[in-house]
Design a protein around this ligand. Structure first.
Ligand SMILES: CC(C)(COP(=O)(O)OP(=O)(O)OC[C@H]1O[C@@H](n2cnc3c(N)ncnc32)[C@H](O)[C@@H]1OP(=O)(O)O)[C@@H](O)C(=O)NCCC(=O)NCCS
Length: 192
């Protein structure tokens, strides 16, 4: 007999696209988010309290993905306080059960279509040099939006992390098309 997880894996990408619901996070998602992040190395685990802040104070710029009542994806983001026309994507997490089916890409497009991001001109994120999946994800977002993507070292392994963490490379995507245009763009990866 197939387990619940194998049944999820067996679903087609187009079935998952219909069945996975994207929504704004709720405070009650905090514990599930904490568990999801733990399933998604190399993401840094943070305190449950920190995850709760993302589900409350930063809910309008964060996206939860739910399948059969289970949290299977999350994007945490915020508008940079000093430059609110920049939306910063902090973590993107997709459950191993539903990876490579276009979910991360769908969540990023959903974020950029939110009313809170109506004035966003740039998307910033940071990646470690060895996170090829993350680089591929943001390159495909830039491609879909027909935007330039620029890289620079942001937090240096030695100077900022005292050698305890790899460099964090800042990726800048933009200038973003206006929100009305973004609303009409469909992620290409959804058909995997
Ligand atoms: C990275 C991650 C979020 C991707 O989620 P996903 O739902 O599988 O990604 P998508 O299916 O939307 O794919 C988006 C693009 O990235 C590419 N991609 C996804 N995973 C990849 C991998 N492991 N290696 C290379 N490319 C990958 C896809 O091919 C696609 O590119 P395309 O449009 O050119 O075909 C997921 O693997 C994950 O949660 N990893 C652990 C946490 C992490 O590293 N998060 C990112 C840093 S914040």
């Amino acid at each position: 007999m197939m387990t619940k997880n194998n049944l999820i894996k067996a679903r087609t990408s187009s079935a998952l696209e219909t069945e996975i619901r994207l929504r704004q996070p709720l405070p009650t998602d905090g514990a599930a988010l904490h568990r999801l992040i733990a399933e998604c190395p190399p993401l840094d685990a943070n305190s449950l309290y920190c995850n709760l802040l993302h589900c409350t104070h930063f809910a309008t710029t964060s996206v939860a993905a739910e399948l059969d009542g289970q949290l299977v994806g999350f994007v945490s983001g915020y508008l940079v306080p000093s430059t609110p026309q920049t939306v910063f994507v902090w973590q993107v997490a997709v459950s191993p059960l539903v990876r490579k089916r276009g979910l991360a890409q769908r969540m990023l497009h959903e974020l950029l279509q939110r009313p809170a991001c109506r004035d966003a001109e740039f998307l910033h994120t940071s990646v470690t040099p060895d996170n090829h999946a993350s680089k591929a994800l943001f390159s495909s977002l830039a491609r879909d939006l027909s935007c330039a993507i620029q890289e620079s070292i942001w937090f240096d392994s030695t100077r900022h992390f005292a050698g305890a963490h790899a460099d964090e490379i800042l990726l800048q995507i933009g200038q973003l098309p206006p929100r009305a245009t973004r609303m009409a763009i469909q992620p290409v990866t959804a058909s995997h």
